[in-house]
Design a protein around this ligand. Structure first.
Ligand SMILES: [Zn+2]
Length: 309
């Protein structure tokens, strides 16, 4: 997050960035010919006059075009994937390159009405856009790291006793990939301290470089299992109407391949079984974690979740 490249304000563009900080959208207007201009510049693109004046606008616009980038534009943007890269046409006619936030992929349509979102999650306040009908208007610092915007997608609610609908969730195919998480040596060391498992293959990079068959330290399998909580599986449904839910354990837990220190992981899941049990409803979810780009999973967990009235 901290390593993301940030825009640099110049003498010409500074009023634009300063306005965003105050949650205003300000663009240039030519006092000679009445044209609007964006990006910030020294001369009017229509009549070449240098009499450009900054004016606040509503920021309302429409979606001119967009693409969903599933491979991050830079590694630093992996936590935002899939990125919804867009060109927005403001009501004043200028075009702005931006990203869409708070919108599920199925909610995005060319021509849709958009409004500005002031993104304060980095060092500089950035201009993003979302649907005109959305409540989102500011992304607070730190918010993105904890809650990927894909979570905003409205989910189909299924009552925990609606077995016909629940059985229909059982499938051989997996969900889309979750957000990504980097398994740093620091987090491996913290897990070693917590668990007491400080075997050198996890904690001694120098020795691991020489003696480990992997040429590097690797994460504990149980650490990868714990990190499931860091991955948000993009499911379009959720259970409703239950009193409480408990993690009932696992039918199967395997670590088919190692996760080298510094690797990025992501996960996906599928519903393997739905059973009516005495205590309520039992959902068996097959959760798989992979190192990004690797076919063979690092973890397979057939997790049993019990939903009770
Ligand atoms: Zn002009």
């Amino acid at each position: 997050m901290a390593n993301k490249p940030q825009p640099m304000a110049t003498d010409i563009s500074r009023p634009f960035w300063e306005a965003l900080k105050q949650h205003r959208v300000s663009i240039q207007h030519c006092t000679d010919c009445g044209s609007w201009a964006f990006f910030p510049r020294s001369h009017c693109p229509s009549c070449l006059s240098d009499k450009l004046q900054w004016r606040d606008v509503s920021g309302a616009g429409t979606l001119l075009t967009y693409t969903v980038a599933r491979i991050p534009t830079l590694p630093d943007f992996a936590d935002e994937a899939p990125q919804k890269l867009a060109v927005v046409e403001l009501a004043e006619g200028v075009h702005i390159n931006t990203t869409l936030v708070g919108l599920g992929e199925d909610e995005i349509h060319i021509g849709m009405a958009l409004k500005p979102v002031f993104d304060e999650s980095g060092e500089t306040t950035l201009l993003r856009f979302t649907g005109q009908d959305k409540a989102l208007s500011v992304i607070q610092a730190g918010a993105q790291a904890e809650a990927p915007v894909t979570q905003v997608v409205s989910k189909r609610q299924i009552h925990f006793k609606d077995f016909a609908s629940l059985k229909a969730l059982v499938s051989d195919s997996y969900s889309d990939w979750s957000n990504r998480y980097t398994v740093s040596q620091d987090i491996i060391d913290q897990f070693a301290a917590l668990s007491g498992d400080d075997y050198w293959i996890h904690t001694d990079p120098e020795r691991a470089k020489k003696q480990s068959p992997f040429g590097s330290t690797i994460a504990h399998g149980m650490l990868i299992q714990v990190l499931l909580s860091r991955l948000t599986m993009p499911l379009d449904w959720e259970l409703a109407g239950f009193g409480n839910m408990v993690n009932y354990g696992s039918d199967k837990l395997r670590f088919p391949s190692p996760v080298l220190s510094g690797s990025q992981i992501h996960g996906r899941s599928r519903v393997k079984a739905v059973d009516e049990v005495k205590a309520g409803t039992q959902l068996t979810l097959e959760m798989c974690i992979h190192v990004v780009g690797q076919e063979r999973p690092a973890l397979i967990n057939e997790l049993i979740v019990l939903y009770m009235p």
